[in-house]
Design a protein around this ligand. Structure first.
Ligand code: VGL
Ligand code: ZN
Length: 208
């Protein structure tokens, strides 16, 4: 892999895997693929969804609201999720088989109670940066590959923001799994293709 290419692994945490609070079908299946390809990248970032217990993206913090319903936040529409990835809980920990020692940086997001953060670059208000773009630029990164959970939420928003920040972006498709809520996978896949995100399989890396 060319220098200046980063792997960003999104939210491979227990709550997004089988048995977790917001389980993504087959979420844990991305782990062996991520572990296999990580060594090919010179910069490796893991992200962690990291919510306070009173987080406003939780349906439980909106009396009467059901999980997976949509509400209006000051920054726009927001899906209300089951309580997940609460700071310091086992659900927020990385999947136990994920190779985490390889990470140069662990980036936590979604820790502000009033703003959700799908993207690894910007919170859902689309203005509060996480600092990741600056980190990658300072490390000389111009190209990013994305893997993890969930394809149609945190991975897709990260991919779109990465393009907008001027990075070349590849989605490692078989190292991602989706939630697919009301057609979100088709919608977000279309948006990613439209913005020039390239879709690739892990074998492309392994045969290189
Ligand atoms: C995610 C919903 C809520 C994700 C995080 O990682 O895709 N989705 N929080
Ligand atoms: Zn979350």
């Amino acid at each position: 892999m060319a220098p200046g290419t980063a792997l960003i692994v999104i939210d491979v945490q227990n709550d997004f895997c089988t048995g977790g609070a917001l389980a993504v079908a087959g979420g844990e299946e991305v782990v062996p693929l991520v572990n296999r390809v990580a060594g090919r990248f010179s910069v490796r970032v893991l992200t962690q969804d990291w919510h306070s217990p009173d987080h406003k993206s939780f349906a439980a913090n909106h009396p009467g609201a059901e999980a997976f319903s949509v509400t209006e936040m000051p920054y726009g529409a927001q899906v209300l999720w089951p309580v997940h990835c609460v700071q310091g809980t086992p659900g927020a920990a990385f999947h136990p088989d994920l190779a985490t020692d390889m990470a140069d940086m662990v980036l936590r997001k979604g820790f502000r109670p009033h703003v959700d953060s799908y993207s690894a670059f910007f919170e859902n208000d689309k203005t509060t940066p996480t600092g990741l773009a600056g980190y990658l630029r300072e490390r000389g990164v111009s190209e990013v590959w994305l893997a993890g959970l969930a394809t149609d939420f945190c991975v897709a928003h990260s991919a779109l923001d990465a393009v907008a920040q001027g990075f070349r972006v590849t989605l490692l498709e078989d190292a991602c799994r989706a939630i697919d809520l009301d057609g979100s996978l088709a919608r977000m896949s279309g948006a990613m293709r439209e913005q020039g995100v390239r879709f690739a399989l892990a074998e492309e890396l392994e045969s290189a």
